[in-house]
Design a protein around this ligand. Structure first.
Ligand SMILES: O=P(O)(O)OC[C@H]1O[C@](O)(COP(=O)(O)O)[C@@H](O)[C@@H]1O
Ligand SMILES: [Mg+2]
Ligand SMILES: [Mg+2]
Length: 333
């Protein structure tokens, strides 16, 4: 693996190898990588830049919005929207679809979570940005509508995330493997650091907010108890790891093996995470790395979306572990 490969040159390599990864797609990914650099610049000095704390507004999810949520949202919309390559955008922080400042040539839609892990922003714990790209159904950007945003996850043409942690890493897929790039601030480039990521078939970590134990259904409780039982032959007990930033929990499990679950609970009847800009992009990456992502019954990528901000229960990570979770959720174990 040549660690001097920039993410932009990797996009071009994909363009040469795979016809559907055309120059439009590589330009879109280039825009996303650029926006990530702008968001990173503020995240790493957030404590100095007066962008910690609450913005004083709530979003369509009914959640209190953080200043950094809004900053990242505005940066992504303006930095990416200036090029006109996206006909429409959808963000966790905007009630309805966004018509970018310029959208005359864009046959694509971008759905994104500008800042994931908002509860960790003010306490210097890893947060991230998640994105998902679709091609619009018609060839006329002017005709693009919400319908173009509500496509099944299996229709994604590219997806990825950026994790702002001890180092900043961007991970993406165009349906041809999963690749990670670490940001080198001395040269301002994302350099290839994780080529062709493959997630272990069986993990050693589980991520669940057990603080909601009393809200979990019996299947979920029995699955978590199963992971905590002693059985060397199946690598149990698993260790618990829960950062509370989906991007960070997912990234760890992707590299080391493990399972992240956010099931339906009494409080979140349809789970907490959003299908279009959290579950779908991560499910695409997870499957491309050999893992599995379901809502306990259905493959996430096969779910037909109905709303931009709909939520879904989520079981994602090492294939073996997610299959077992499903068996418990379906009462087969
Ligand atoms: O605090 P809880 O209920 O465990 O929820 C944590 C989950 O909520 C999230 O913060 C939701 O995402 P946002 O921060 O983008 O709203 C996930 O990153 C995380 O996995
Ligand atoms: Mg999120
Ligand atoms: Mg968010």
């Amino acid at each position: 693996m040549n660690k001097l490969t920039t993410i932009e040159s990797h996009f071009l390599q994909q363009q040469k190898l795979y016809p559907e990864v055309n120059h439009e797609v590589t330009d879109l990914l280039h825009d996303v990588a650029f926006a990530a650099k702008l968001v990173r610049r503020e995240v790493v000095r957030a404590g100095l830049a007066d962008i910690l704390g609450l913005a004083g507004t709530t979003n369509v999810q009914g959640e209190e919005v953080k200043k950094l949520d809004l900053f990242a949202n505005e940066k992504i919309i303006s930095a990416i929207g200036q090029h006109g390559r996206f006909a429409l955008m959808g963000s966790e922080e905007n009630d309805s679809v966004i018509v970018p400042p310029k959208n005359d040539t864009g046959n694509y839609v971008l759905l994104f979570d500008p800042l994931d892990g908002s509860s960790n922003i003010d306490v210097n714990v890893s947060v991230g940005t998640i994105f998902s790209i679709y091609r619009i159904k018609s060839d006329d950007p002017g005709k693009a509508s919400l319908d173009d945003c509500l496509q099944k996850g299996a229709e994604q043409i590219a997806a990825g995330y950026v994790i702002y942690g001890s180092s900043v890493v961007m991970v993406y897929t165009t349906g041809h493997g999963v690749h990670g790039f670490t940001y080198d601030p001395t040269i301002g480039e994302f350099l290839l650091s994780h080529e062709n990521i493959v997630t272990p078939e069986r993990g050693k970590y589980y991520s669940a907010n057990e603080g909601s134990w009393h809200e979990f259904n019996e299947g979920t409780k029995r699955f978590l108890d199963y992971l905590k039982e002693e059985d060397k032959a199946t690598g149990r007990p698993y260790s618990t790891r829960y950062i509370g930033s989906f991007v960070a929990d997912f990234h760890r499990n992707l590299l080391t093996g493990g399972v992240f679950i956010y099931p339906a609970t009494k409080k979140h009847k349809n789970g907490k995470l959003r299908l279009m800009y959290e579950a779908n992009p991560m499910a695409f990456i997870c499957e491309q790395a050999g893992g599995r992502a379901t809502d306990g019954e259905r493959r996430i990528l096969d779910i037909q979306p109905e709303e931009l901000h709909q939520r879904t229960p989520l079981y994602i990570g090492s294939k073996h572990d997610v299959l077992i979770a499903e068996e418990f959720e379906q009462g087969k174990r």
